[in-house]
Design a protein around this ligand. Structure first.
Ligand code: PA5
Length: 453
């Protein structure tokens, strides 16, 4: 894409020279990340290598439980849910839940990540409690949404199988030594999996948070981790131009500084649709910060937007082409789809239709992408393409790891802590206060004296 960058020019794009001039900054960021890793602060970088035991246990658990239950329900939110959805969409049959033959003997998967009363009830109403296993995922073990879902699910199960059997229908995925969920799991005799302390929610897809639902639906979790390990080696490269996480982390940073404050991710693949959703949280929560590392008020952060090609060409593309020059668009292009799917030839006498026949859908979706890219370039709109040879566990593991590393790089360049989320915590604390949780009276008072009341 350097050719296109040169074409777009310095005003609205980036030239190779601009990257070359700034690459020392990226290399310093890289150094800082590796130093933080050596101090045990970059837990996500350990995940490809240090999970042999847990992977064994996850696979055994899946083998043991897949025949006992028809439904596997994840209760979690944010980083405790989005990775599960992304893996499911990317790897399994698009109609996995609908058809038994699409599931190969594994249970249906539901990720219940909201507390909308209608959605919540509609799901439980249709499940047979005796054949349903819940995975409650919460690192803090106290998030109001997840714990409310748990309380409801617990009653749903207890009413059907009796108090004494509740524990068999729940798995807790949480912190080993803190929070209420671990306490409950011990009391109820639930199976437990742990989220390492040094891995934050949105970086946790490759911990049991994402791996258990993957294993329970037949996804090869070792391949996911192997893909991440493969990408980790690439991300350790200290030659700037050979390290895509450094190049891309710097591109995103420089684009932001040039006013491209909107960051669109647009896969041309249904399978990668929810990777864009997962990335949206990763990028927003990691980089949107009020203060820099020194505590100065900075209020920075690009706004991530998810789009889907070709669908959103007919929804968003007009804005991307002609609206404000405030976006950088990242396309994900799949080189080999699992299907080619020919477009049948017909209506040869209708020239405006006949031309389609004989081409294939995989050709069409990528042609749509190239056409959009060219049109954006003509309009001097900044864009880049990440090519994915094909979507499978190995490449998905690479993508997760790549974007996590890139986020760490851009966080360093923006001089913010990419691993905390004080804004989210503030919202959580107001909810606790308004709902009457002990210790949060001050938050309740604030609410009662506010305009939101
Ligand atoms: O990335 C994060 O830290 C957050 O999005 C959390 O994952 C989310 O708030 C859920 O938190 P918890 O797992 O503690 O319930």
């Amino acid at each position: 894409n350097n050719v296109f960058a040169e074409m777009i020019g310095e005003e609205h794009g980036l030239t190779v020279k601009e990257l070359e001039d700034a690459k020392e900054e990226a290399l310093r960021a890289h150094q800082n990340i590796l130093e933080a890793e050596a101090e045990g602060k970059m837990g996500f970088m350990e995940l490809p290598y240090k999970q042999e035991e847990v992977v064994k246990e996850l696979k055994e658990t899946a083998e043991e439980l897949k025949d006992k239950f028809d439904n596997f329900v994840v209760l979690g939110i944010g980083g405790s849910a989005l990775g599960n959805i992304a893996v499911q969409t990317a790897i399994n049959d698009p109609h996995y839940n609908l058809f038994e033959e699409a599931r190969n003997g594994y249970p249906r998967l539901f990720v219940s990540d909201n507390v909308d009363p209608e959605g919540t009830k509609a799901l439980l109403d249709k499940l047979d409690p005796k054949k349903t296993l819940f995975n409650v995922i919460s690192k803090s073990g106290s998030t109001a949404e997840t714990m409310s879902q748990f309380l409801l699910a617990r009653k749903f199960i207890a009413d059907a199988v009796g108090e004494e059997n509740v524990g068999e229908h729940f798995i807790a995925t949480t912190s080993k030594d803190s929070g209420y969920l671990i306490e409950i799991a011990k009391r109820e005799g639930m199976k437990k999996f742990f989220i390492p302390d040094n891995v934050g929610g949105r970086f946790s897809v490759l911990t049991p948070v994402g791996l258990l639902s993957a294993a329970m639906t037949g996804v090869d979790i070792e391949e996911l981790l192997d893909g991440a390990a493969y990408m980790d080696k690439i991300c350790r490269e200290d030659d700037f131009w050979k390290n895509p996480a450094l190049v891309n982390g710097l591109i995103q940073y420089l684009a932001y500084k040039k006013g491209k404050i909107m960051n669109v991710m647009m896969p041309y693949s249904d399978r990668l649709r929810d990777v864009a959703d997962w990335y949206r949280q990763l990028w927003a929560e990691s980089l949107g910060k009020e203060v820099d590392r020194q505590g100065n008020q900075v209020n920075v952060g690009p706004t991530p937007i998810k789009a889907l090609g070709a669908t959103d060409q007919h929804s968003q593309a007009q804005l991307y082409m002609e609206g404000p020059f405030d976006k950088i668009i990242t396309f994900l292009e799949v080189e080999n789809f699992g299907e080619e799917l020919e477009i049948p030839g017909a209506y040869q006498d209708l020239a405006g239709l006949g031309y389609l026949g004989g081409h294939s859908f995989d050709e069409l979706i990528n042609t749509e992408k190239w056409a959009t890219e060219l049109a954006l370039n003509k309009r001097k709109r900044m864009n880049q393409t990440l090519k994915v040879p094909e979507v499978n566990e190995f490449t998905l593991g690479q993508l997760f790891y790549f974007f996590e590393f890139q986020t760490a790089v851009t966080g360093e360049l923006l001089n913010v802590n990419a691993f905390n989320q004080p804004g989210v915590e503030l919202g959580k604390n107001y909810t606790y206060g308004i709902f009457g949780r002990d210790g949060y009276q001050e938050k309740k008072d604030e609410f009662e004296n506010s305009a939101s009341h």
